[in-house]
Design a protein around this ligand. Structure first.
Ligand SMILES: Nc1ncnc2c1ncn2[C@@H]1O[C@H](COP(=O)(O)OP(=O)(O)O)[C@@H](O)[C@H]1O
Ligand SMILES: [Mg+2]
Length: 449
């Protein structure tokens, strides 16, 4: 390895350990050490005291030693690091017989040859005990294709899948997992509930990884590795469903509960550090910081799920014998192709023998009790600001613009904008160009409160 590669590797190791990249002085120390300069010479070059440079150097060797599980010092740095073997591609190194995956995995589609090389030959470990069983599954091909490309070809590290309750997030993810799970060495599905503190969650994952590694750990390194090491050393797929349970109720969307702040650093690490694994976060809300990064070359992706298309939604109505009615499409549009909403209203229509054509003619929106309950759970999570904006929108017959909302509401422009942003992240409002509106079902629900 040349100096540049060594500095990159050291930077990855330090980042993996501390979450921080090498600073200028640390880099200068590595350069100097590589050139066989002593601390005095390095200190002179950087115009600092020898004591200061020595102190920073000692800290650096300690961090590298901890991360490698092997003593690194100024005197053995060059010999240790020049013996690392970089192989196959930019992404892996041989260290003490172990393969470390530390640098960026290329974003491009792998060639057929690479693909077959990268297929795990090791045992597959899957804990899907918390994954729901899949019932009927109607077409979601475009969304499945998108997610599969992000995960398998672009090696995205963190993906969020959001959407209103009942839109089919969990169902889509189950189908996805069934299709791609064998591409991973480790797959685990975790349904997040109130008991999942950050520590417990991390412990659960490490437990899952280390259980299957008992043999490897016993001889050389009985200490459990930090979670990120597993994500670097193995290709893992980790699905977290119902992540809205990590966030506060009564606040704008995506604010961590006080005791759950550590999830922020965990997700940050997963995004920033080089590894070969993928976290899929599913829920009504997503972490606030995730929505900010949408650029194509980031290892992070967000998918806000919309309703089923007409053909797939028709299949749902078929289950209730309603596929042949006139104006099926109008019914599907009214309920936005949201499978749970369609199922709920179809049940009511079927049980009461309601004439759907009449129903559609007079713009009636049926809100069965079970649907109201589902909506209430999410409505209850919104902040006071959002509730004010929703009630403002519910009174409007037409989509309204910002100026109009400002005029009608008693809110400051920043409060209004924050509320609109949060509501749109929750998929509770729709925006067409610069006009905002509540979907008909939600409008009906809010009006009935
Ligand atoms: N693609 C689909 N095909 C058939 N049924 C679906 C589909 N997506 C969702 N459903 C049904 O809609 C309901 C809600 O789906 P679910 O995945 O639990 O929604 P979410 O996780 O977004 O709350 C479930 O009864 C599910 O079976
Ligand atoms: Mg779900």
């Amino acid at each position: 390895m040349n100096l540049k590669e060594v500095v990159k590797l050291a930077d990855d190791l330090v980042f993996s350990r501390t979450g921080k990249h090498l600073n200028d002085l640390q880099e200068k120390i590595l350069h100097g050490t590589w050139e066989d300069d002593d601390y005095k010479e390095i200190a002179k070059a950087v115009n600092l005291s020898e004591a200061r440079v020595r102190e920073v150097g000692m800290e650096l060797w300690q961090t590298l030693s901890q991360e490698l599980g092997k003593r690194v010092s100024k005197s053995n740095f060059r010999s240790t690091f020049s013996h690392f073997e970089q192989h196959h591609n930019q992404s892996s190194y041989m260290i003490c017989g172990h393969t470390l995956y530390l640098t960026d995995i290329p974003n491009s589609t792998p060639s057929t040859e690479q693909k077959s090389n990268s297929k795990p030959t090791k045992t597959l470990h899957q804990d899907l005990s918390e994954m729901p069983e899949l019932g009927d599954f109607y077409d979601r091909t475009p969304q499945l294709d998108t997610l599969t490309t992000w995960i398998l070809q672009q090696h995205s590290r963190l993906i969020t899948l959001t959407g209103i309750s009942g839109i089919g997030k969990t169902t889509l993810a189950v189908q996805l997992v069934q299709q791609i799970k064998d591409e991973f060495e480790y797959v685990i599905w975790c349904s997040i509930d109130a008991s999942h503190t950050p520590d417990e969650f991390e412990h659960k994952l490490i437990q899952f990884f280390s259980q299957s590694e008992n043999l490897d750990l016993s001889a050389t390194n009985p200490k459990r590795l930090p979670l990120i090491k597993y994500l670097q050393n193995h290709r893992c797929l980790i699905i977290l469903d119902d992540v809205h349970n990590l966030f506060c109720s009564g606040e704008l969307a995506g604010k961590y509960k006080p005791d759950y702040e550590e999830y922020r650093s965990l997700f940050k690490q997963i995004e920033k550090l080089s590894h070969q694994s993928c976290f899929l976060l599913i829920g009504w809300e997503q972490p606030r910081e995730v929505t900010k990064v949408k650029s194509q070359n980031k290892p992070i992706r967000t998918l806000q799920l919309k309703g089923l298309d007409i053909a797939a939604a028709r299949e749902i109505l078929r289950e209730y014998g309603l596929e042949e009615i006139d104006n099926t499409e109008a019914l599907i549009h009214r309920y936005q192709g949201i499978p749970l909403w369609l199922k709920s209203v179809a049940t009511l229509i079927e049980e009461l023998g309601i004439d759907v054509t009449e129903l559609l003619l007079d713009d009636t929106i049926l809100l069965p009790e079970d649907l109201k309950e589902v909506l209430q759970q999410q409505y209850d999570r919104t902040s006071e600001l959002e509730k004010q904006v929703m009630s403002l929108l519910a009174r409007e017959n037409q989509p309204v613009n910002l100026a109009n909302l400002l005029e009608k509401g008693q809110l400051s422009s920043s409060d209004l904008l924050n509320a609109l942003q949060s509501l749109s992240r929750r998929c509770w409002i729709e925006k067409q160009e610069s006009l905002y509106t509540l979907p008909p079902v939600l409008k009906e629900y809010i009006k009935g409160l």
